[in-house]
Ligand binder design. Structure first.
Ligand code: CA
Length: 469
């Protein structure tokens, strides 16, 4: 029986035998709240990201890349499992919030990553990879006994010092640990480099989940000063503190790539860079405190493209053509099957049966390759920056959003109207009805949890918010 199984596996992976033999290292960078136009090569008119731009010029950029959710935890869960947040029932940031008097009650969702899921780290670790977690996890159940990335397949994890205030590490900690910098991103970068240096002949998987540029908006003083001298009030992006945070992120990516290069592993490493949701926009805060995702509509927490379309870059010398661009829609559930295929790791068959993502390897090899499928979002919650509970589907160039408070749908043709300004729901009736039906079928197929009518609905108190514990 055992022999049979291994023969089947070998046969199954035979087309990728040469890849499996080389066992590339995998570095997955995940920014927090970095919007679609948040890097130089993705169109910022102020932020400076030379290292990310080099990653793009040496690899492939994805113009239609998406996060699986408009907030943090669900997207992170999708990266870890390859499954849609709605399938995991992990559909809001942990531990989320309630609006007791809103029109709808949110379902009883799963406030953490369940241990029965086989994470990408567990799959890679069980097949010989060293697995390194750096930064923000945000997937633990509140008050769980067993916590953190090492409970989910990571050999090691470095997170920000607990006594940090936002991005600033306590001075005593800086002195006692003899740190080079009191800025959290710099600290985490040093830890990532230490772990890369400490890796022997084993291939490694480094998941570097940044806090930047999530609130609080705090930058390194020297970088803030630099950007203060360059502010153009007419620019779309003009907050020097935010620019400093993006710069710290970029410097970190550059330093990690340098560390891999110094170890002689640059050509044996796949780098992926993306973000967990769209940029938090001015609409939700003081006028100049956050960012913008223009030409996209809105930002983090919202049902529109600004909430979920994100930058994405992949670099892998010898496989991914330099300076290429793919326009095929991709989403964060895709990284799990992509990484397994590239690593030559079969993973857990039961888990894989429910994986929603598709391997991007064929796209990596040929930027003109398109993946034929629809993308889905389901957010049965309220968010401070949101539009209330919604689901959405992208099919080709069409995107349909269904708002559950009203049952209304909106339909946009993204190739002609990337800003989602012209609702076609009353014009393209056939497309509208087809997509609405497809979306409902998808929700049913994964048993998505729906919001329900709230018996305590009180319009005068509908926006009152209670944080979950
Ligand atoms: Ca986020």
């Amino acid at each position: 029986m055992r022999t049979l199984v291994s023969v089947t596996l070998i046969a199954c992976w035979a087309p990728f035998a040469s890849l499996a033999e080389s066992r590339p290292n995998i570095v997955l960078f995940l920014a927090d709240d970095l919007g679609w136009t948040g890097t130089g090569s993705f169109g910022s008119d102020f932020y400076e990201t030379p290292n990310l731009d080099t990653l793009a010029s040496k690899g492939m950029s994805f113009s239609n890349a998406y996060a699986a959710c408009t907030v943090c935890s669900p997207t992170r869960a999708s990266v870890m499992t390859g499954m849609y947040p709605a399938r995991l029932r992990l559909t809001d940031f942990i531990s989320g919030q309630k609006r007791p008097y809103a029109k709808m009650t949110v379902p009883d969702w799963t406030m953490g990553l369940e241990s029965r899921r086989v994470t990408i780290a567990e799959a890679l670790k069980s097949d010989g990879y060293r697995t390194i977690h750096i930064g923000k996890w945000h997937l633990d159940f509140p008050n769980a006994q067993i916590q953190g990335p090492t409970a989910h397949g990571f050999d090691v994890s470095h997170e920000k010092p607990q006594d940090s205030r936002g991005y600033i590490i306590n001075e005593d900690t800086v002195n006692s640990l003899n740190l080079n910098s009191n800025y959290v991103t710099d600290y985490l970068t040093d830890k990532a480099i230490e772990e890369i240096d400490a890796t022997g002949n084993q291939p490694f998987f480094l998941y570097f989940a940044y806090h930047t540029p999530h609130t609080p908006i705090q930058g390194r003083d020297d970088l803030v000063k630099y950007f203060e001298g360059k502010v153009d009030p007419k620019a779309i992006h003009n907050n020097p503190i935010y620019a400093a945070m993006v710069k710290s992120l970029d410097m970190s990516v550059g330093n990690v790539v340098d560390a891999v290069t110094k170890k002689g592993l640059l050509d044996d490493t796949l780098f992926i860079f993306t973000s967990d949701n769209g940029g938090l926009t001015r609409r939700y805060g003081k006028y100049d405190e956050f960012t913008e995702n223009i030409p996209l509509r809105r930002g983090k927490g919202s049902a529109y493209e600004g909430g979920v379309r994100v930058p994405a870059i992949a670099r892998w010398s010898g496989v991914i053509p330099e300076g290429s661009q793919s326009d095929t829609p991709i989403i964060t559930v895709d990284y799990y099957p992509t990484i397994l295929e590239i690593a030559g790791v079969s993973g857990d068959p039961n888990h894989n049966e429910d994986v929603d993502g598709r391997s991007l390897l064929s796209v990596f090899k040929n930027s003109l390759h398109t993946i034929k499928r629809h993308l889905y979002w389901h957010y049965p919650h309220y968010h401070a920056g949101g539009d209330g509970p919604y689901s959405a589907i992208r099919a080709g160039n069409w995107r349909l959003i269904e708002f559950h408070e009203t049952g209304n749908v909106e339909l946009y043709r993204l190739d002609k109207d990337i800003g989602e300004s012209q609702d076609k729901a009353e014009i393209n009736l056939k497309t509208r009805d087809q997509l609405r039906l497809k979306l409902a079928k998808w929700r049913k197929s994964i048993a998505a949890q729906m919001p329900a009518k709230n018996p305590n609905y009180d319009p005068s108190r509908a926006t009152e918010v209670v944080r979950n514990r």
